[in-house]
Design a protein around this ligand. Structure first.
Ligand SMILES: [Ca+2]
Ligand SMILES: [Ca+2]
Ligand SMILES: [Ca+2]
Ligand SMILES: [Ca+2]
Length: 412
C-alpha cells in the first residue's frame, strides 16, 4: 500500500487556518459549526487498465464493503474483497463493459450485478447489451449466471431504483445517444430513457425526446419515499418522477437547469449530477458541460435552482459525488479529473478534487483540496471501507488504478 504524498499538502492547508468553525455568516451561525477539510490517505486496491466505472457493495455479506470496477478494455467482471482486496472474477461472457449497478434484488444478502456491454460511441457499432448477473449464492463463484435482459444501441448508464416505492427495485437504462447522433457534436438525434420490471425484464419507455447525449442518471429521494431521477445530459439537469405503480407507472419531467450553455454541442449541458442534504436545505452539484471543466453548485432560491460555478480547472471532468465528508452537516463535493499527462497533453491535471462546503453554499467560500494528483480518475463512490464511522472514497479512471482514500478525520 502506497501512502498518498498529498497527505502533507492537506495537512498544510489545515495548518494555514482553512479549518474554520467560523462560518462567518448568519446561516452557518444558526446551523452550527462549519468544519474545515479532512485529510485523506490514498491506498491502492488494484491496477485496471483504462478504468471507467466503480461501485461499492458488500458482495460476501461480511459487513465490509467491497469494490467492483470495470474498464472498456477488460472483458471480465470482477470484485475486490475488503480488506485483502483479493480479486474475484465472476463473469467472462461480456466485453466492452461500460457501466454496472449493484443491488441485492433477491434479498439473500448477496448482491446482483447489472452490466452494460458491447458499448461504442456510434450506434452502428454498439449492440448495447444489458445483463443481470446472479451468483447462485456463492459470490466467489467464477461463473455467475448472466441473463441478457435487453439490447439497445449505445446502452451506457444503468441503475437500480424503486420509483413506485413498492419495495421492489426496477432496472433503469440510459443509452448515450440516438442512432443519428454522431461525432463531433452528437446532437443530431434524440436519446431515450428506459426502465425494466423484474418479472419479465420488459423494456418500458420513460422518455424518447432527450436531445444529444445522456451521460448520467442518479436516483434521489426528491419529495417522497419514491426514487426519482436526476439526469445529466445536453439538456442540462432534469428531474424525472413516477406516478402510479407496477407496470402502470407514468413519468413527469422538469428541467431544473440547462447547465452550461455558453458554447454549442458537444460542450453543452451537464456531465453528472448529485444531490444531498446540506444544512437545513439541500444542494445539487454537477460537473459541466459534458466531459467539462466546471464544478457547479445549485442552491434552492425560492423554488428555482441558482447556479454557481465554484471551480473551472478540471482538465477532464466526468463524474461528481456529493456527500458530507467532514461531518458538519453541510454536503461537500468530489469532482474527479480524468485528464492524463501525456506527450499530447503535457498540462493534464489528473486526480481527485474535494470541495468542502462553507456555511452558506450559495455565497460562502468553498475550500478546495486535491487529494490525488497522480492517477487520472473517471469516477468515485463512497463507503466506510474501514468501518471507523467516517466515509471514505473509492475511485478509478484512465490512470489505471482503483484506489480508496481513507478519511482520516480532523477538520474540526
Ligand atoms: Ca464484504
Ligand atoms: Ca418498485
Ligand atoms: Ca461538510
Ligand atoms: Ca472510514
Amino acid at each position: 500500500m502506497r501512502v498518498n504524498r498529498l497527505t502533507a499538502l492537506v495537512a498544510a492547508a489545515l495548518a494555514t487556518g482553512a479549518c474554520a468553525g467560523d462560518g462567518g455568516d448568519g446561516a452557518s451561525m444558526a446551523m452550527g459549526m462549519v468544519h474545515g477539510p479532512v485529510e485523506f490517505q490514498g491506498h491502492d486496491i488494484a491496477e485496471i487498465r483504462g478504468g471507467y466505472a466503480v461501485s461499492v457493495a458488500d458482495f460476501n455479506n461480511d459487513g465490509r464493503t467491497d469494490v467492483i470496477a470495470n474498464a472498456l478494455g477488460v472483458p471480465e467482471v470482477a470484485w475486490h474483497e475488503n480488506p485483502s482486496w483479493e480479486r474475484h472474477v465472476i463473469y467472462t461472457g461480456a466485453s466492452r463493459i461500460v457501466n454496472q449497478a449493484v443491488a441485492d434484488i433477491t434479498g439473500d444478502g448477496i448482491p446482483e450485478v447489472a452490466i452494460q456491454s458491447d458499448f461504442a460511441m456510434q450506434a452502428a457499432n454498439s449492440d448495447g447489451s444489458n445483463w443481470v448477473l446472479q451468483s447462485g449464492g456463492d459470490p466467489t463463484n467464477m461463473a455467475w449466471q448472466g441473463e441478457l435482459v435487453d439490447q439497445w444501441e449505445t446502452s451506457h448508464h444503468v441503475q437500480w431504483a424503486d420509483a413506485d416505492a413498492d419495495g421492489e427495485l426496477e432496472l433503469y437504462n440510459a443509452p448515450l445517444l440516438g442512432p443519428e447522433s454522431l461525432a463531433p457534436t452528437y446532437d443530431q438525434d434524440m436519446a431515450s430513457f428506459f426502465w425494466y420490471d423484474q418479472e419479465t425484464w420488459t423494456r418500458h419507455l420513460i422518455d424518447d425526446q432527450i436531445p444529444g447525449i445522456i451521460h448520467r442518471i442518479r436516483p434521489v429521494k426528491w419529495d417522497s419515499n419514491r426514487d426519482a431521477f436526476l439526469m445529466a445530459s445536453f439538456e442540462g439537469i432534469t428531474l424525472y418522477q413516477a406516478s402510479g405503480t407496477g407496470m402502470n407507472k407514468s413519468w413527469s419531467k422538469n428541467v431544473l437547469s440547462p447547465g452550461y450553455t455558453a458554447e454549442p454541442a458537444p460542450r453543452l449541458g451537464a456531465s453528472d449530477v448529485g444531490m444531498a442534504a446540506s444544512g437545513d436545505s439541500r444542494i445539487i452539484a454537477s460537473v459541466e458541460p459534458w466531459h467539462g471543466n466546471q464544478v457547479v453548485v445549485y442552491t434552492d432560491n425560492n423554488g428555482s435552482w441558482q447556479r454557481r460555478v465554484i471551480y473551472e480547472d478540471i482538465g477532464g471532468g466526468h463524474e461528481v459525488w456529493v456527500e458530507d465528508l467532514n461531518g458538519d452537516g453541510y454536503a461537500d463535493i468530489v469532482a474527479n479529473d480524468n485528464s492524463r499527462v501525456t506527450e499530447n497533453n503535457p498540462n493534464g491535471t489528473p486526480g481527485v478534487n474535494v470541495f468542502f462546503s462553507p456555511g452558506d453554499p450559495a455565497t460562502g467560500e468553498w475550500t478546495h483540496v486535491k487529494i490525488e494528483d497522480e492517477y487520472a480518475m473517471n469516477g468515485c463512490a463512497s463507503a466506510d471501507i474501514n468501518v471507523d464511522g467516517r466515509p471514505d472514497l473509492v475511485c478509478t479512471g484512465s490512470g489505471g488504478m482503483i484506489r480508496w482514500y481513507e478519511n482520516m478525520g480532523g477538520g474540526m
